[in-house]
Design a protein around this ligand. Structure first.
Ligand SMILES: *Cc1c(COP(=O)(O)O)cnc(C)c1O
Ligand code: SF4
Length: 467
């Protein structure tokens, strides 16, 4: 094969057609039919509250059905009983057993959902950018100086849904999805008004569920505007893991790689922010072909990130193996996140101290090439907070943290201390070691107050932002 001339060669890889499974047809999956009826019923109960979608690639190639119900990818994509608290589970189970109609099921589902903190971290009311003329840009978030998030309206779904996903309200339509944008014109204008922004992160859902022509409609205007401040376009995606055929055999896979090339050719770095939660996702022929094609035929760089999840990857060996595989495939480990305080956090959450211990042990087991990863990190209202470890100040045990990103850039990389708490799973479960406020809290309150005042009535929110 020659790579002279156009670097994109038509792929010879033949992939299967894409087929999805949801609440309405999951019992058609032969492997599911073989599961105990009780387990199938539990799935149905939970899938009436949380979004559920998987596909033929995940079912046939990622899940090891001999290992179900403990298989990590099964837990990652199929509804689990433990995701609902017992009282919620029982309530929904009763409604379904009683043969209630759709409307009644919906009503109960919504009641339960409202108790699951569907709108964490005040993302929406606090980070909506605005043009100088006062136009509010609901399809964007600008929280950290250098980077704006952009939610293209056609990219607000995924090839399969992760059971832990904090964006669950947007997939079931209870967030008003105000933040999806139809066009890049306003984004370009915003970038002109904000020369400090160097990175645009396309996020979703998964922007790569879009057909290439649609994605082109978002990316090309950005390139054509020749913005001197735009250095990097990032695409947050789980397609490598859930549908690698997107890059090798879908009918517009080659055009997608050409689009990647167009970004690099215009002098803008293209960063694929790939979500992988477990090493299993890096094992199939399809994912390896996909990674190889991106790396050989384009100048895009693939970086990886994942939350740490109980029942799925809360094990240092899993992380070390995953990072090693990533580096061997030419990927760059980037972030380990802590799961957010929404939805089924009680099921997937790992205490901060334990998450850090897992991170450290995994980190110690890999070469320096994999130590580009940072974490564990909480994407909280004040910023991305990394747990550095535990220590003693005099005789008092403490947790050491620092910001990797802050609402105020000046907060970044200043170590600060909390009272030791081995059970805390989020920043709001921690108390400062000294005094009654963390060093950033007074300033944060002021910033938020100011923003709420200028946001007026706008309090509807959704849980956007990476991962
Ligand atoms: C993580 C994140 C970013 C990107 O941060 P980097 O540290 O540059 O990867 C941007 N905006 C929001 C809201 C984020 O959560
Ligand atoms: S974590 Fe990413 S891929 Fe998974 S459901 Fe959420 S947005 Fe989609």
């Amino acid at each position: 094969m020659t790579l002279q001339g156009s670097r994109i060669q038509w792929s010879e890889f033949e992939g299967p057609p894409y087929r999805t499974y949801t609440l309405s047809n999951f019992r058609e999956i032969p492997q599911v039919r073989r599961l105990p009826k009780q387990l199938q019923f539990e799935m149905e109960v939970v899938a009436n509250v949380f979004p559920f979608k998987t596909n033929n690639y995940v079912v046939e190639q990622l899940i090891d059905w001999r290992n179900v119900p403990n298989d990590p990818i099964y837990i990652l994509t199929f509804p689990q009983k433990g995701m609902l608290r017992p009282k919620h589970f029982d309530r929904m189970a009763d409604v379904i057993r009683g043969g209630a109609d759709r409307q009644e099921v919906q009503k109960v589902a919504n009641k339960i959902r409202m108790q699951l903190n569907p709108h964490p971290a005040g993302q929406m009311e606090h980070n909506i950018p605005e043009l100088r003329d006062g136009t509010k840009l609901y399809g964007m978030q600008h929280k950290y100086k250098e980077t704006v998030l952009f939610f293209p309206s056609q990219g607000q779904t995924c090839h399969a849904y992760c059971s832990f996903c904090f964006r669950w309200p947007q997939f079931i339509g209870i967030s008003e999805l105000k933040f999806a944008m139809h066009e890049t014109k306003l984004l370009v204008q915003y970038l002109r008004e904000h020369p400090e922004v160097t990175d645009v992160l396309f996020t979703g859902g998964d922007p790569l569920v879009m057909k290439t022509v649609l994605l082109e409609g978002y990316i090309m205007p950005l390139l054509e505007a020749k913005l001197p401040n735009l250095r990097t376009i990032r695409i947050g995606t789980k397609s490598l893991s859930y549908w690698p055929y997107r890059f090798i055999s879908d009918n517009d896979a080659d055009e997608l790689l050409e689009l990647f090339e167009a970004v690099s050719a215009s002098g803008v770095h293209l960063a694929i922010m790939a979500h992988f939660n477990h090493g299993v996702e890096l094992e199939t022929d399809a994912v390896r072909q996909a990674i190889l094609r991106i790396r050989k035929k384009t100048d895009a760089q693939i970086r990886t990130q994942s939350p740490i999840l109980r029942h799925i990857n809360d094990d240092p060996v899993v992380w070390a193996e995953m990072w090693k595989k990533q580096v061997a495939l030419g990927l760059i480990p980037y972030y380990m996140f802590v799961v957010r305080d929404t939805g089924a956090q009680h099921y997937f959450g790992v205490p901060l101290v334990r998450a850090q211990a897992i991170f450290r042990e995994a980190y110690q087991g890999v070469s320096g090439l994999a130590r580009t990863v940072r974490g564990p990190s909480m994407s909280a209202t004040p910023g991305k907070i990394q747990i550095l470890g535990t220590t003693k100040v005099g005789r008092v045990r403490a947790i050491v943290m620092r910001f990797l990103q802050g609402r105020n850039p000046d907060w970044v990389h200043r170590p600060f201390l909390a009272k030791y708490d081995g059970g805390a799973i989020w920043i709001d479960g921690l108390k400062p070691l000294d005094g009654d406020k963390f060093f950033f809290e007074t300033e944060l309150e002021q910033v938020l107050k100011k923003e709420s005042a200028s946001a007026g009535e706008e309090t509807s929110s959704a849980g956007g932002g990476p991962p």
